[in-house]
Design a protein around this ligand. Sequence first.
Ligand SMILES: C[S@@+](CC[C@H](N)C(=O)[O-])C[C@H]1O[C@@H](n2cnc3c(N)ncnc32)[C@H](O)[C@@H]1O
Length: 251
Amino acid sequence: MEGKFSKGVSKWQGKLGLVRDAVRQELVTRQLREHLPPPASIRILDVGSGQGTQANRLADLGYSVVGIEPSEELLEIAVRASRKSKNSAKFLKGTLEDIPDEAGGDFDLVCCHGVLMYLPDLKLSIKKLVSLARTGGLLSVLTRNQAGIAMRAGMREDWPAAIKGFDEQYYKNSVGINNVRADKPDEVIAAFQVNNAELVAWYGVRLFTDHWKDRPVPDNFEQLVEAEFQAGSREPYKQLTALTHVIARRA
Ligand SMILES: C[S@@+](CC[C@H](N)C(=O)[O-])C[C@H]1O[C@@H](n2cnc3c(N)ncnc32)[C@H](O)[C@@H]1O
């Protein structure tokens, strides 16, 4: 089960709750809630649920959620948070390639946030995700955006990396993992379409704050998130964000 991300687990934990993580989590929750029906009898699968941020937020809202995660360390954090808020989220050890039978199938929503960039084949990963949703069910995927490579480097005044970044598809990410893949939004949308899932909406995530390094959440966080949401919801800004959030529906 050792995957590419396993080397980054400790560093990832160190960044949780800092502003870049907070912006990403707030936007994903807000965007998901725009498309989700009310909680009654809605079943959600979160693949690569990590520390359980989204799984627990959705469970707190009354949704029935199962999180699948390969890292024992992150599973423990997710379970602890679920117990603390007394929600019904269930967390199971597994991977996208090896979903435990206990998880079930035919989900109303299948989430996979911040995972596909570590897996070798975008189309195959999306095919597997689509197969876990019921007909008419939703999918929510957050992936790294190729255009964000040069943007982040440029905003950090790292000119050699910015110049190289325009044409690169793989980069070293902020938790120190090499050869992480970044896809173009159109490629992610096309990967859904060839796998029998139609686009519902797509958003960019993190334009103005992506180049910040390890800053805490500021007092004006609400305004900051609103500005990020506006940028991520419209052209041309959403093309240049760090991450792409695609919501699709299985036909
Ligand atoms: C960047 S973290 C994202 C965690 C969480 N989804 C979030 O958005 O906050 C990536 C997660 O994917 C998990 N992961 C790595 N390889 C995986 C695989 N093959 N299947 C499922 N999850 C995987 C990692 O253990 C890690 O928890």
